[in-house]
Design a protein around this ligand. Structure first.
Ligand SMILES: *Cc1c(COP(=O)(O)O)cnc(C)c1O
Length: 367
């Protein structure tokens, strides 16, 4: 069986370290705040080449808090790519703003810059740059648009720990960046967890206060915030895993390179394009095929797991019917029936990858 995701396998490879770290937190009984959180914030900021990191409860909260910290005028338009997880747009509405969708790039699937430019109005105040599937957005172009139109760039890095644009780690290239440490992400906790990164001192301070009841010290609340703290147990797990993430990421890249090398001549498969300036960290390896559901079944019959990211483009969801964008001329509206995520991760051996390739070639060979 080639599993799509195998967290139990990963645990087996780091069991002693993780068990010791968890035991240590429980023995010290410091569950909120404390050393593990401080170390995580320091080391993850350093890993992402950001000045500040604020650990929060999950990746969705991270986006909401980042938007709130920007203090945009109420009901601002914020542009979100049509192909993403709902958190990217949900956080916009939840923080009192208006979602406007634009298309995704037909080759690397991140935000499409032409579509984005056409979508900007004088009410647009920010852009959610989702580094989808671990492929960085074109940050140079985005920062140019940001300066020209006075827009804030929020990087949704939930799928892109360690990804780089032109050799620079993503996250703090824009004004503020957000991460998810959901268990299945490239860096995952043993429960929900997330983080905000930024190089801006004020945004960092504001975000930290919002995530902790608007306070600067125990009972001194400057404004109403919320409770979105990360706990020490999750931080302890993340601190262990952070030591392994580079190795795991290199393994993901090696599997992706192998898939590309072996599948490039299969005419029926549209492979993802990695731009020359990208370090893509392959949270997902997404191909496109005509009869996606049939292929997915065939893989399943051959004991190969796969995923769909995402089966319904965001503007077509019931939740966004009110926007009336479901018939916009987006390639994202067509691709949702074609995308298929192949197994990738540190649990995939070269043997596994070989079998995936073999079964795919078998499926597409003339019968
Ligand atoms: C996972 C994910 C999120 C949300 O993270 P949670 O920690 O599950 O709240 C946000 N954006 C994208 C693109 C994601 O993949």
């Amino acid at each position: 069986m080639v599993k799509f995701l195998d967290l139990k396998y990963q645990y087996g490879t780091i069991k002693e370290e993780v068990d010791a770290a968890i035991k240590n937190v429980i023995e010290n009984s410091a569950f909120i705040g404390g050393a593990e959180i401080k170390n995580l914030e320091r080391d993850f900021a350093s890993y992402q080449n950001a000045k500040h990191c604020i650990a929060v409860a999950n990746g969705t909260d991270a986006i909401e808090i980042a938007i709130e910290a920007l203090e945009l005028p109420p009901n601002s338009e914020i542009i979100v790519p049509a192909n993403s997880f709902i958190s990217s747009s949900e956080a916009v509405t939840r923080s009192g703003h208006r979602v406007v969708f634009c298309d995704c790039n037909p080759e690397n699937y991140t935000i499409d810059l032409d579509s984005l430019k056409k979508t900007i109005t004088n009410k647009t105040k920010a852009i959610i740059a989702v580094h989808l599937y671990g492929h960085p957005c074109n940050m140079e172009e985005l920062m140019e648009i940001s300066e020209e139109k006075d827009l804030k760039i929020i990087e949704d890095c939930a799928q892109a720990h360690g990804a780089e644009f032109k050799g620079k780690r993503i996250g703090a290239i824009g004004h503020i960046g957000t991460f998810s440490f959901y268990p299945g992400k490239n860096l995952g906790a043993y429960g929900d967890a997330g983080a905000i990164v930024t190089n801006d001192d004020e945004l960092a301070k504001k975000s930290r206060m919002i995530a902790n009841h608007g306070r600067i010290e125990k009972y001194n609340h400057i404004f109403e915030g919320r409770n979105s703290r990360l706990d020490n147990l999750q931080a302890a797990v993340l601190n262990v895993k952070l030591k392994h993430i580079e190795k795991w990421t290199e393994q993901r890249i090696a599997i992706a390179d192998y898939y590309v090398k072996e599948l490039k001549d299969v005419a029926q498969i549209q492979l993802p394009k990695r731009e020359s300036w990208a370090r893509q960290v392959y949270h997902l390896f997404v191909i496109r095929v005509d009869d996606r559901d049939d292929l997915k079944n065939y893989l399943k019959e051959n004991d190969i797991g796969s995923g769909i990211h995402y089966p319904i483009a965001l503007p077509k969801l019931q939740a966004y019917k009110y926007l009336g964008q479901e018939n916009d001329n987006f390639c994202a509206h067509k691709y949702d029936t074609e995308v298929l995520s192949l197994p990738i991760g540190e649990h995939i051996t070269l043997n596994d990858a070989e079998r995936v390739v073999m079964v795919l070639k078998e499926y597409f060979s003339p019968k």
